[in-house]
Design a protein around this ligand. Structure first.
Ligand code: ATP
Ligand code: MG
Length: 573
């Protein structure tokens, strides 16, 4: 492709709206343009990159035995009513009516549509297992679209759905996808981890998130330094030590004045104790209803764990200025004794003896508070945030925290959808059985952003070779010299003939501008035809990632460069 004929509107200024580096560089490099909140146009360079990701995903899905199809983006409401999600999905589901006043939504995901297809087309166990996937545009009316391609309203997803005869067979399908995902992200050239995303009540790990490691990730992961345990902190299990119960006589409860002592540390200091002996009471709104969550004073509530424990759809902290109005409780002095609203306690709190807690009276706390004796929670469980002081729940080893970007998610669904939608097949023994399902997503467009978050420097993007829109950029630094231009043009043609993706910078621009743009758009290999060619018949090859530069004879250069690129790509397979 000739640079002069391609729309690559690079800019030098940093766009003010871009908070993260991938967003900034995608705009500056001329990969994307914003239409409006959460909606982006993929410009030619952006689309080529997206297609590189999609091609790898497609190849590995096919290799794993999945079949590609394409479902409509617009979905009828009745399917969602059947599954029960028309009510449950919330505001991310964009709903609308057609001219006949029928309800529809824009597909945020396709479990309903695929289950409907399965119940019509898959009638016998002989047709199973089946794994069907598509690479398609999704719409989710995200509450806060941000970070460019990272969290859009409209984005490209690969979604796959497996159908099996039994739970055991479904687990096999799951494992096949897990392997495929490892191959996909390895082939993309990304540093990633598969983390346990759900330990639910089924037991075992039947949901994994694939995380690209990057400082700007929205997710925090814990990784064990000894075994291969890795989990999202939202779900990471906190192991309770077996000998955790304090051996102490229960004291009577007493009310003490603690004026101005709203913070745990201050109360503890004032009463001559430590934060781990204080019960911290936090108020939340769970689907609009007030709930009090208890953790030890030196711990933090993990709101996703709280949400799961409550079985709620949405959990958010109650704003301080609403606490009094909604509950008649004094912020800063709340405690579990006679609190009068739903109470959920972390497992660790239940082991505390003679704790300090708010008295539900302004300027007062209670001492000698004993769970079980002085209050009884409605629910107890693991609801606090794991820390690096906690042991690995698998092996007891030490944990580290790191940031990650979720690029993929695999999930064993079971029979939830097939039961709700009466999707059955005839098994070998003649009985009708529900399909056992799995679903497997990849944020294809988010992978582009994640790759950049992980691979960039102050000059621009450093694309991993497999994802780069072009593998090589040829810079003609002598556009006004016929001989130099002919030599550059020849290299461009020969590299293309060797099967490489080549961008040829034939613009009448200063060398400095060409170098800058080449660095900004992150093409892995740069070939310069300029003065050294004119003087010595040599060209220069530079690697974007390392800055490593070699000068080589013009003759034979194409063979050397294409061999180098091929070797590197083969290594990633
Ligand atoms: P998140 O927690 O980031 O909102 P999710 O759990 O809603 O993700 P899934 O429903 O599992 O995501 O979707 C599959 C994949 O689609 C995700 O792993 C992610 O890579 C991608 N994805 C989800 N939402 C968005 C979005 N708003 N913009 C871009 N990609 C997205
Ligand atoms: Mg989401």
């Amino acid at each position: 492709m000739r640079y002069s004929q391609m729309l690559i509107p690079t800019t030098r200024e940093n766009p003010a709206e871009a908070e993260v580096v991938s967003h900034r560089l995608l705009l500056r490099g001329g990969f994307i343009r914003k239409l409006t909140s959460g909606l982006y146009t993929f410009l030619p360079l952006g689309l080529l990159t997206l297609q590189k990701v999609a091609a790898i995903v497609r190849e590995e899905m096919n290799r794993a035995g999945a079949q590609e199809l394409l479902m409509p983006m617009v979905q009828p409401a009745d399917l969602w009513q059947e599954s029960g999600r028309w009510q449950k999905y919330g505001a991310e589901l964009l709903r609308f009516r057609d001219r006949h006043q029928r309800d529809y939504c824009l597909g945020p995901t396709h479990e309903e549509v695929i289950t409907d297809l399965a119940r019509r087309e898959l009638r016998s166990y002989r047709q199973l297992p089946v794994n069907l996937y598509q690479i398609q545009t999704k719409f989710r009316d995200e509450i806060r679209p941000r970070f460019g391609l990272m969290r859009c309203r409209e984005f490209v997803m690969k979604d796959a759905y497996s159908f099996d005869v039994s739970d055991e067979a479904a687990s096999k399908s799951y494992e096949v996808m897990r392997d495929a995902y490892h191959r996909i992200f390895r082939r993309c050239g990304l540093d990633f981890r598969a983390v346990e995303a759900d330990t639910g009540t089924i037991g075992g790990s039947f949901s994994h998130e694939f995380m690209v490691l990057a400082d700007t990730g929205e997710d925090t992961l814990v990784i064990c330094s000894h075994c291969d345990y890795a989990a999202n902190v939202e779900k990471a299990r906190v192991a309770l030590p077996e000998d955790g119960m304090a051996q102490e006589e229960m004291a009577p409860m007493a009310r003490v004045a603690t004026p101005g002592m709203k913070k745990v540390e201050r109360v503890a200091g004032f009463l001559g104790t430590t934060p781990d002996r204080v019960i911290k009471t936090m108020l939340y709104l769970a689907d609009g209803e007030p709930v009090a969550a208890l953790v030890r004073g030196d711990r933090e509530v993990q709101s996703v764990k709280l949400k799961n424990l409550l079985g709620a759809t949405e959990v958010e902290p109650m704003p301080d200025d609403e606490i009094w109005q909604r509950t008649k409780l004094p912020a800063g002095y709340m405690g579990p004794v006679n609190i009068g609203i739903r109470l959920v306690a972390d497992q660790e709190v239940m082991r505390m003896v003679n704790a300090v807690a708010g008295a539900n009276e302004k300027g007062h706390h209670l001492t000698g508070v004993n769970p079980g004796r002085d209050f009884q929670p409605d629910l107890t469980g693991d609801l606090r945030q794991i820390t690096t002081d906690d042991p690995c729940p698998e092996c007891g080893g030490s944990l580290t925290l790191t940031e990650g970007i979720e690029v993929g998610h695999i999930f064993k669904l079971g029979t939830g959808y097939s039961e709700a939608m009466k999707a059955t097949f005839q098994d070998r023994d003649g009985t009708e059985k529900h399909f056992v399902m799995g679903c497997y997503g990849i944020g294809v467009s988010r992978v582009v952003a994640a790759a950049i978050e992980q691979n960039h420097d102050e000059h621009g993007i450093i694309f991993p070779l497999p994802l780069a829109p072009f593998q090589v950029i040829v810079l003609n630094l002598g556009v006004n010299s016929e001989a130099t231009s002919r030599a550059a043009e020849q290299i461009y043609h020969d590299l293309q003939a060797a099967g490489l993706d080549v961008l040829y910078d034939d613009r009448d621009e200063r060398p400095g501008a060409k170098f800058k743009d080449a660095d900004l758009i992150g093409i892995p290999f740069r070939v310069t035809v300029g003065r050294t060619w004119e003087k010595e018949g040599k060209i220069e090859l530079r690697r974007r990632a390392t800055g490593e530069t070699v000068t080589m004879d013009y003759d034979g250069a194409v063979g050397r460069i294409s061999a180098m690129i091929r070797d590197e790509l083969a290594g990633q397979r």
